[in-house]
Ligand binder design. Structure first.
Ligand SMILES: Nc1nc2c(ncn2[C@@H]2O[C@H](COP(=O)(O)OP(=O)(O)OP(=O)(O)O)[C@@H](O)[C@H]2O)c(=O)[nH]1
Ligand SMILES: Nc1nc2c(ncn2[C@@H]2O[C@H](COP(=O)(O)OP(=O)(O)OP(=O)(O)O)[C@@H](O)[C@H]2O)c(=O)[nH]1
Ligand SMILES: [Mg+2]
Ligand SMILES: [Mg+2]
Ligand SMILES: [Zn+2]
Ligand SMILES: [Zn+2]
Lengths: 210, 210
């Protein structure tokens, strides 16, 4: 068996362990805003009565878990020690320590990397790719696997659009050329009056989708 | 021999082929501004009389090479077809086609990824890591290898500082905690009056460094 087949077998075991929870695997470049999105949506999901748990994955540090801990939800930090992606074995290890009993939603924040994490299923229901408007319109074309394998795309940091050359219509067009069924949300995690923007924040739409 | 040892043997052969040229390997997350930096500095280097060549590396597309072609310098696009980093063998293959005769400076733009490209020497003289102020202050701590192995760090997109929460002093502090000898430049590739900023653009300092 090759490594990906073995990974898929463990991913299916994870899926059984996840039970009735809806599991979302967040992919993006470093700094697109994965943790900021979780910080923005988890309080709203909690107030709507959902039980949420988070699995964090990083090459080094538990800085992201420390941010999630402030939200008072069960969270576990996987430190990959250099590996550039999470795999199913790492996630299955985390389930020995993380309390997911009764969880309605489990978020897995993957290592910031638009390439390798796309090849490793973790047992999630869907992958969601986050792309920040600061990264450029061409990323869906240049790093296609992350967009092809994700059901959802979140275009983040739209508060910055007034001071950028980015073309959000072009980002959508490029992403849909890679994955025509992609569901797209446009969000901001900051109340950024400095950029003087009145935008229609898609955060609530994303929460309703979940 | 393991894969990295074999890679180093080929990297040394590349170094011999590079001859007297100064070779810089650019690392960053997707969209930090590697190509934009090359677009900004190559015209100035050319007018200073330097002969420049560029090796581009991407998972898919030759979009970056097409941008470099506008600068009228020899350029070659490596398409890795899914591999998340350049290795010495790919670069040695490109030297069969790219005219580097008499080149004073060769830029290698690596695949956008802060993890794997750091492990593969290509025969370069130095690695330069580009970090955009939009990515967050914690990246040197969370993705340490790219900062530890690079002699130079370019903090890019400083035109956006007035509309961000980013703390450039914190970025410098975190990077120097990983690599105390790092030489740091603060740059912008845009004349961005929209963000209403007067900044001291370090592009010229970076060019003088080269
Ligand atoms: N202006 C603006 N900045 C944002 C937004 N979302 C996140 N940021 C900033 O972007 C930077 C990175 O955010 P993170 O949430 O750490 O990104 P991440 O994807 O979790 O990063 P890694 O886990 O390290 O890959 C931080 O400086 C945030 O403040 C947004 O909607 N608008
Ligand atoms: N405001 C601002 N935007 C910049 C700057 N430099 C680059 N950009 C923008 O950032 C986005 C990405 O720039 P690129 O030059 O394509 O980045 P890259 O690192 O080469 O990207 P990949 O090769 O795909 O990894 C584009 O939309 C650029 O216009 C800068 O100094 N300031
Ligand atoms: Mg994060
Ligand atoms: Mg580029
Ligand atoms: Zn990888
Ligand atoms: Zn890799």
């Amino acid at each position: 068996r090759n490594a990906l087949e073995t990974n898929d077998i463990i991913a299916n075991k994870n899926k059984a362990l996840f039970g009735k929870a809806f599991v979302m695997n967040f992919l993006s470049s470093p700094g697109s805003g994965k943790t900021s999105l979780l910080e923005s949506i988890i309080p709203i999901l909690k107030s709507d009565g959902f039980k949420v748990a988070v699995i964090e994955g990083d090459v080094e540090t538990d800085l992201d878990k420390k941010r999630i801990d402030k939200l008072n939800v069960p969270a576990y930090q996987i430190i990959t020690n250099g590996t550039c992606h999470l795999d199913a074995r790492m996630v299955s290890g985390s389930l020995n320590s993380l309390d997911i009993n009764g969880a309605d939603i489990i978020f897995i924040e993957n290592v910031g990397n638009l390439v390798c994490p796309t090849s490793f299923n973790l047992g999630e229901d869907i992958k969601a790719v986050v792309l920040s408007v600061t990264e450029g319109d061409d990323k869906p074309l240049k790093y296609p696997a992350a967009f092809y394998k994700s059901k959802v795309m979140i275009i983040n940091k739209i508060d910055l659009l007034p001071v950028l050359d980015s073309d959000i219509a072009k980002i959508r067009e490029n992403a849909l050329s890679i994955n025509k069924d992609m569901v797209i949300f446009e969000t901001s995690c900051k109340n950024n009056s400095k950029a003087g923007n009145t935008y229609n924040n898609g955060l609530q739409d994303f929460i309703s989708f979940i």
